[in-house]
Design a protein around this ligand. Structure first.
Ligand SMILES: Nc1nc2c(ncn2[C@@H]2O[C@H](COP(=O)(O)OP(=O)(O)O)[C@@H](O)[C@H]2O)c(=O)[nH]1
Ligand SMILES: [Mg+2]
Ligand SMILES: [Zn+2]
Length: 280
């Protein structure tokens, strides 16, 4: 039978198939091939003795959390308390783009901004829209619900950004704890977490503590460069075809930053990512 792994607890894999649930074991053959079944995998399994027989080729996979075949990542971005971090947002965008996952920017806590702050934030948000990103506010529940249909989504973002609050608003029966101490910070010892795909609004959402920037440290400099989508519009106009947009002469990207066509913080974050890696 064909199914999908939706949960893994100590290598007991819960496989969902045609609305039934089977608790399956992995086969030694995968260990020999250095393949570990992942939550999110589409598999062929033997429903009589509950063994996973084949794992289908993955569309993508993340290491932390260990999950595969993700369609979209909700980047839950608070604009205040915790303060907006363009550095974190751009970092998450690079990681998500690199894994061929569609990012959805979801801004929270707009209600905490005063009029001046709101104006500044609007300019930034408009820029991300302009370069092609899907942007929602956490108040746009109907749009968000619709976006889950037939998709596998992950939620990520800073602790306190409002991930659990939003998921509870979408489906109160989830009953997720809010204001929870972050697992990602390693303090949530009492909350043993496993990765699980939860059915939500005709799709699946990964119930995970958000993914780690570990992914980032494995990327090559040119890979980071390629994920700044708006740079790709102009890079062919740089004097050097391999221009890194740093100290090179006649760099079109730097020109576009000066002309305020490329958002300054985007460029600064890019330089920050590249130079931090170079120093390592
Ligand atoms: N003012 C305001 N508070 C929010 C909003 N969204 C979430 N919160 C609050 O922010 C705190 C952290 O939210 P939580 O969902 O636990 O964040 P998580 O760590 O990302 O899961 C809670 O006290 C929420 O009530 C929002 O849009 N506006
Ligand atoms: Mg939470
Ligand atoms: Zn350049």
């Amino acid at each position: 039978m064909r199914g999908r792994i939706v949960k893994n607890i100590s290598n007991d894999y819960t496989v969902e198939s045609e609305n039934n649930i089977y608790i399956c074991k992995s086969r030694g053959k995968f260990r020999n091939l250095h393949i570990t079944p992942l939550v999110g995998d589409y598999v062929t399994f033997d429903e009589n003795n509950c063994y996973i027989l084949e794992i289908e080729k993955r569309k993508n996979e993340l290491v932390r959390p260990p999950i595969s075949n993700i369609d979209q990542a909700y980047l839950i971005t608070s604009v205040k308390n915790p303060d907006f971090s363009s550095n974190l947002l751009d970092k998450l965008l690079v990681i998500v783009e690199f894994h061929n996952i569609k990012p959805i920017l979801c801004f929270t806590k707009i209600d905490l901004l005063n009029a001046t702050e709101k104006k500044e934030m609007d300019l930034i948000i408009d820029y991300y829209k302009k370069i092609g990103y899907t942007v929602y506010y956490n108040t746009e529940l109907e749009k968000i619900k619709t976006s889950f249909q037939n998709k596998t989504s992950v939620f990520t973002g800073q602790s306190g950004a409002g991930k659990s609050t939003l998921l509870n608003k979408i489906d109160a029966s989830l009953n997720l704890k809010t204001d929870e101490i972050s697992f990602a910070l390693g303090r949530g010892k009492h909350t043993t977490r496993h990765v699980e795909l939860i059915p939500l609004c005709s799709g699946y959402v990964a119930d995970t503590p958000g993914f780690s920037a570990i992914q980032f440290s494995e990327m090559a400099l040119s890979d980071i460069k390629d994920q700044f989508v708006e740079f790709n519009l102009y890079r062919h106009l740089c004097e050097y075809s391999d221009c890194m947009h740093l100290s090179e002469q006649n760099c079109e990207i730097k020109k576009k930053v000066e002309e305020n066509i490329i958002l300054k913080s985007r460029y600064e974050n890019y330089v920050n990512f590249i130079t931090k890696k170079e120093r390592k």
